[in-house]
Design a protein around this ligand. Structure first.
Ligand code: ZN
Length: 159
């Protein structure tokens, strides 16, 4: 079933929880979220501040569902110029990844999955975060500190 229809049916016909119904509907198949993230703006209770969440699907071309960007100084590459390497180390849920730019040859360190990115329980490679991201959050991989994965990669390279 179309995820939007499944979501609306769950909420309006069965009085389902908004966020739970949204994640259930949009994680039932990866096709839509692999193409584009989905955003839900809602109030859990009347008179409560609105919550804005973005639901994402992580792929080898768009790790954690985030748009990759180059950290090279004055490089004006687009997301399509960024190659992503995902290591199998960690928790198996795209725990570490790094970017490299084919245009300017810039390469990041292996960044750990950002802490502000929450996992959808029981759904591998599905994540969500409060929307919108700050500029610092958007540059997560660029600003990432050295990780244990980097240290192991350096040791291997020296051998
Ligand atoms: Zn670049």
């Amino acid at each position: 079933m179309n995820p939007l229809l499944a979501f609306l049916k769950e909420v309006f016909a069965y009085n389902g929880d908004l966020w739970a119904s949204f994640t259930a509907a949009f994680t039932a198949q990866s096709r839509i979220l692999a193409h584009t993230p989905a955003i839900l703006i809602y109030r859990a209770q009347p008179l409560q501040a609105a919550t804005v969440r973005q639901l994402l699907y992580s792929t080898p071309h768009k790790v954690w569902g985030l748009t990759p960007m180059c950290g090279g100084p004055s490089c004006n590459s687009t997301a399509g110029s960024i190659r992503i390497s995902i290591t199998k180390r960690g928790d198996g849920n795209h725990h570490f990844a790094k970017y490299s730019c084919i245009k300017c040859k810039w390469e990041s360190r292996y960044a750990a999955r950002p802490r502000w990115l929450a996992e959808v329980p029981g759904r591998q490679f599905y994540f969500y975060h409060n929307f919108p991201l700050t500029l610092e959050q958007q540059k997560h991989v660029i600003l990432a500190p050295e990780t244990q994965v980097d240290q192991k990669a350096h040791k291997r390279a020296r051998k």
